[in-house]
Structure formats: C-alpha cells, structure tokens
Design a binder for this molecule. Sequence first.
Ligand code: SF4
Length: 95
Amino acid sequence: MTPAVIPPSQRLDLPWCDRKIARFKFRVALFMRRGMTEDQAKALGDRLSARDADLDERRICCECSNFQRSRTCALRLPTSPLQLACCHGFDFVKP
Ligand code: SF4
C-alpha cells in the first residue's frame, strides 16, 4: 500500500496541533528576544511553519543556538539570519 502524500500546498491548510502551536510560540518569543517586533516574529514563525510542512531541511541563523547577539556566528561561519540555507553547524535553540 502506498502511503498518502499530502501536496505542500495542502499541508498549510491542516489544523495546527498542540505541538505545532507550542513550537510557533517558542519561535516567536525567541525571535522577539533576538530583536524582532511581534509582527515580524509571527510572520517569520508562519514562514518556518510552512517550511516545516514542506519538510524543507534548510534553516535560518535566527533559530540557531550559535547565532549571537552581535548577529555573528559562534562557529565563525558566514551568517544568513533570515535566508533559508543549509549549514553544517546549525543547532536548534532548545526550549
Ligand atoms: S552555525 Fe550556521 S546556522 Fe548557526 S549561526 Fe552559524 S552560520 Fe548560522
């Protein structure tokens, strides 16, 4: 039997579970601590929820534990604060 595959455009319409809501709230708080307004943080949180739904493995520096207040990388890698990219040093900020 072939597993059901939901096209990316339909994944966004699925209702959010408690885990997804908690992840969104955590990200918004993190982005606000990192200098964004609430609206900016929520917009970015939405964008990353869509990324998750698409199973896109690219990340942004703003959600990485190596991203510093100076907006530089603790591992001295070139940063991409808001642009999705693949980074071998990425490490999620944990709640
Ligand atoms: S490790 Fe990669 S994703 Fe994390 S802050 Fe450095 S450059 Fe950005």
